[in-house]
Structures are given as structure tokens and as C-alpha cells.
Write a protein that binds this ligand. Sequence first.
Ligand code: ADP
Length: 469
Amino acid sequence: MKRLFTRLITAFGAVILLTLVALSVALFALLRHDPLTQRLLTLHLSTQVRAVEGRLHRAGDPHPGTAAGAMLLRELARREDRRILWIDNGGIIRFDSAARWEGKSADTLLVRGGALHGGQHWGEYETDEGTWLFVAEPLALHRRREGEIAVGMLIPRTALLRRFSATLLGPLLQAGALAMVLSGALALFISRSIAQPLQRVVEAAQALAAGDLSARAPEDQGPEEVRHLARTFNAMSDRIQATQEAQRAFLANVAHDLRTPLTSIQGFAQALIDGAAADEASRLQAAQTIYEEAQRLEKMTTALLDLARLEAGAMHLESVPLDLGALACARLERFRLQAEAQGIELRCERPPSLPPMAGDAARLSQVVDNLLDNALRYTPPGGEVTIEVTATGDELRLVVADTGEGIPAEALPHIFERFYRADPARGGSGVGLGLAIVREIVQAHGGSVAVESAPGQGSRFILRFPRLS
Ligand code: ADP
């Protein structure tokens, strides 16, 4: 939380500082060129002239021509850091605190100027030191005297401007400080509202890492990004939990399915050793059963190994151009004897020429074999098993259909899972790995597999593969 807070407050501070700088620059530029500022500056200067006049008056109105008057004006000019002029009604400068323009005409030095109210005048002088602003005030006392009318004050325009903007700096800094305090509170609020829900996700992740697979993060706290993170985390936890449960079930299944044939082998072997199988026929029967069970074990371990390799992506699959129709129909022929014995009719339909696909012939044969094996196993005598291969768009479609018992709706979503068997009492020696292997091989070929079935209506397994372009 601290880090987030620090980042936020730094970002806010930087924004406030930039805004203040930009505002000051804009204000200064505005003040420089705005006619209103000119007026404000002259007014400002005019009040200072009045103050000088007041000082003169309080000092007994000494004439600037006298040493006492000149000294007082020089003293005032030095104290106020201004330049003071004394101008007679002919416009001639009689006194200059900088002692430079005495005797010169005030009007001819003017660049611009004009009358202010109450007999005041303002003007701008171009000097060696830049533009100077000037305001002259008619003096109440001296107005009566012949020859002297005004006391004026000069100041560099930029100095006056700077002074003027300096007065704006205070309020600007105050506003900045206030904005900083407010943004601090805002940063605290934002960092709390993000960091706290984030902390919940961290806690859930820690619990999960410690082995508590039921740990979940609240999905309804904090901003949308944190909620999204919580939802993603929970989805991940769900998957981990499901995978672990499947792993447990898988191990239990493997152990159970290995145990059954092993117990049988052990029993019959024991009978042979003990001499319980007394006659030749029983001994043969025992040996036969041991052989069949060992075969079943071999089939199962091969299937398990295949599945493990396929799932780990460790099985090397060839990718050569092949004719899926020819391959499927050739595999079907291998089941003909078995089908005839079961009284089931076999058919293979494919167009005379099919676009090729890239694949591993041995693995694809395994797919077709598994599907045909199932179809024959779950189809009663008098039924029919059909293979149909077609090309549609940019894919090849292989359908293995039977007129068998079909699959109940509740079993359909699960039949491709490892060890799943819709009705373990039926289907003979099946262990529930055939379709899991089919799906893995088809997916490894970039294809997909789907099933359509209803009890009593037969089943259709539909495989789609990308064709070779
Ligand atoms: P098994 O070795 O049990 O056949 P599979 O993975 O090949 O395992 O099939 C899983 C389950 O799907 C089977 O137990 C069966 O219930 C169902 N099944 C598969 N193919 C068919 C089919 N052609 N007709 C009816 N049920 C089927």
C-alpha cells in the first residue's frame, strides 16, 4: 500500500507543480501584454506618487529646487527604489533623482503616454535600461506656484511587472499547498481502495500455495481490474482443484483396474501351484484365464502409457500426407470377421477421390480402431456400423455411426474423460480409456471430435480434421 501511495502522491505532486508553473507562465504572459495590466501598473505607481506627495507635504512642502527639497526627494527615491522627477508646467524636468535628465523636456523623452484622471499623466520612456513606466501627479501646493506642476515617478516596467506577479505567487503557492493536501487524502483513499482488495487476492494465493485448494478471493471488491484479477484467480483455483480431484480419481481407477486382473491371475496361479486345478481341463482353463487377464493388463498399461505421452505432448506424431478415406475403410476391413460373427453389417462410404490430410497413419488407425471397437461392442446383432468420410470446405469429416444402444444424455459430456464408462456392467473388457485416447490423438492432429447419440438411437462419432491445402 505504501508503494502505491508513494507513487500516487508523487504523480499528483508532479501534476500540481506543472500546473502551477504553467499557470504562472500564462499569468505573466497575460500581465505583460494585457492593456488592463498597463492600467493597473499606472494606478499602482500613481498611489506611490501620492505617497511621495504626502511625505513632501508632511515635511512642510520644501521646494525641490532647494537643497532640503532635493535631499528629501533623493532620500524617498532611494528608500522606495524608484526614480523621482520634478517637472514644471513647461514640461521641462527640473529635478531627477538619478541626476540625468535635468533640463530636458519630459514630453520629447516620452515614447507613449496619455492623461489619467485628475490631471495625472502617465508615460513610457525608452532608456538604456529598457522601458520605464512613468506617472506624474500635479502637486496641490505647487500648482499655485508658477513654473512647477508635478512630481513624477519612474520605475522599470519589468521590475514593476515582476513585483506585481510576485504578489500573485503567494495565492498560487497557497492553492498549490491546498491541492497537495487534498491530493494526499485522495491518494490515500485510492491506494486503500485498490490495495486492500488486492491484499485479499494475495492472501488467497498464499493459502492456495500453502495447499488450501478451496481458497478463493472475493470477486466483488475494489476496482474492476482487481475484480477481474480475483475472478481469473478463482477460475485458476477451480481448475487446479478439479485437476487434483481428477488426478486422485485417476489414481484410484488405475489401482482398481490393475487390481482386478491381478487378483484373478493370483487366484488361478495359486490354484495351479496348490494343485486345486486337478484335471487337465481345469489347468488349461486356469492358464487361459491367466493369459487373458495378463493380456487385459497389457492392453490397459499400453493405453495408459499412450494417454500419458499424448497428454504430455511427448508422443512423436508423424505428419505425412494421407488419404483418410482409404485408411478408415482399410481399418474397417480388419473388423469384418468379428462383425460377421456378431451378425453386424459393416459399410464404408467415401468419395472416389478425397483431398489429403497430414497425419500419423498408425495413430489415426488407432483412432478408427477404438471407435469401431466401441461400435461393435455396443451394437446388438442385426445392427449396422458405418464409416463415412467426406470433404467439406477446408476440412475432412469422418463419421463412425452405429445402430447400437446409444448413450444416455447425462453420460454424453463425460464419455471422453479418462476411465469414464457409462455403464460399467456392459461393454465387457473396456476400461474407459479408448475415447480419451481418440480425443487426444485427434486434437494432436489439429482436429476435433463430437458425439451425437440417444438411447436406442445408435451413436455417431464425428471427427473433423484440417485438410492439406
Ligand atoms: P470403454 O473401454 O469403456 O469402451 P471408451 O473410452 O472407449 O471406454 O468409452 C467410454 C464409454 O462411452 C463407454 O464405457 C460407453 O459407455 C460409451 N460408449 C463409447 N462408444 C459407444 C458406442 N458406440 N455406443 C454406446 N456407448 C458408447
